[in-house]
Design a binder for this molecule. Structure first.
Ligand code: PAF
Length: 316
């Protein structure tokens, strides 16, 4: 079996490291030639939750030069939401009619990219709260045990057993399949509610996730989440306010040492996923005339950080 992982950020490297323990051929597609060369020369190093370092070799290929590739049986797309339009042509080119394609993005928006695949039978949305931190081009640290849910999107009654069997072998990452039709959208909003609190707050405050467990953030987390639940209800998804807050705190606890992906992006002077997270909530809120002051404030502040980064980079 041939598996491609498109994107070698923290989640891409974490999964590549896990998958490379299976007797399959793994190819990591990188954005830069430098990262591709590093992976070819040094493989991938992953520091596990127990502190042990695992070293694995995988194949690699830069996204810009894929002429040597042939089709894959499974494709993990781990690039950011805003990078999806740039890789969809690649996904189409290197998939065959039975390729299973998994979308691993934070936030909302990948429905559009999935739509571009014209109702292929094997497209999946994967939602994960695993904490991972990319230390360098080939080095990832698994910083927190989370939950991973995978569901067919659009919903399918039947799953190919292949994917289900192989995801059972990836311990300590535990993957739960989502089988009910309305559950995938609910899980997407649950994950969105988690990211809409943790990612912008940790980015603005420049702190690891665990810092949000301190009492002074309690009120703020409740208010942001109340807005998320209100918007979710208007789009037909019932999120329980106190259960969602419990979930957010649990993720903060389990990934307490982790720097959220948004903070990692800002520190790396990269574009963040704010548009697909709080930005998506803002757009739905506007559509339904719901005031969402907290999301507006978080969105504005993260955008300001991005703009500040851009200004500083152009001065250098
Ligand atoms: O985006 C992230 O960083 C992750 O989704 C999560 C679960 C918040 C952990 O840091």
């Amino acid at each position: 079996m041939r598996i491609a992982v498109i994107g070698a950020g923290s989640i891409g490297l974490l999964w590549s490291s896990r998958l490379s323990r299976l007797p399959y051929e793994i190819t990591v597609l990188t954005h830069t030639i430098e990262q591709h060369q590093q992976i070819v020369q040094a493989g991938i190093s992953c520091v596990e939750l127990d502190g042990q370092m695992n070293h694995t070799s995988v194949k690699s290929c830069p996204i810009g030069d894929t002429s040597e590739l042939s089709s894959f049986d499974i494709i993990f797309i781990t690039v950011k939401q805003y990078q999806l339009p740039n890789v969809m042509e690649l996904v189409q080119r290197y998939s065959h009619p039975f390729t299973q394609i998994l979308f691993w993005q934070n936030g909302l928006g990948h429905e559009e990219a999935i739509g571009e695949l014209h109702h292929r039978p094997d497209t999946y949305v994967a939602l994960t709260t695993e904490g991972a931190y990319r230390k360098s081009g080939t080095h990832v640290v698994h910083t927190g045990q989370g939950e991973t849910w995978i569901g067919t999107f659009p919903h399918q009654e039947q799953w190919k057993p292949l994917l289900h069997d192989f995801i059972q072998t990836l311990q300590p990452i535990i993957v739960s399949p989502i089988r009910e039709e309305n559950m995938i959208l609910k899980r997407m909003w649950e994950k969105l509610a988690v990211n809409a609190v943790i990612n912008p707050l940790t980015t603005i405050l420049e702190v690891p996730n665990g810092e949000l467990l301190h009492g002074e953030f309690e009120n703020m987390i409740e208010k942001i989440t109340a807005e998320t639940c209100q918007v979710a209800r208007r789009v037909g998804v019932e999120l329980d306010h106190s259960r969602t807050i419990k979930k957010i705190k649990e993720v903060c606890r389990l990934t307490s040492q982790n720097l959220s992906s948004m903070l990692q992006d800002v520190q790396g002077r990269k574009q963040t996923e704010i548009e697909a997270i709080n930005g998506a909530i803002l757009r739905y809120a506007k559509e339904h005339n719901i005031p969402v002051y907290y999301h507006e404030m978080l969105y504005t502040l993260v955008k300001a950080k991005e703009a500040q980064n851009k200004r500083n980079t152009s001065v250098l």
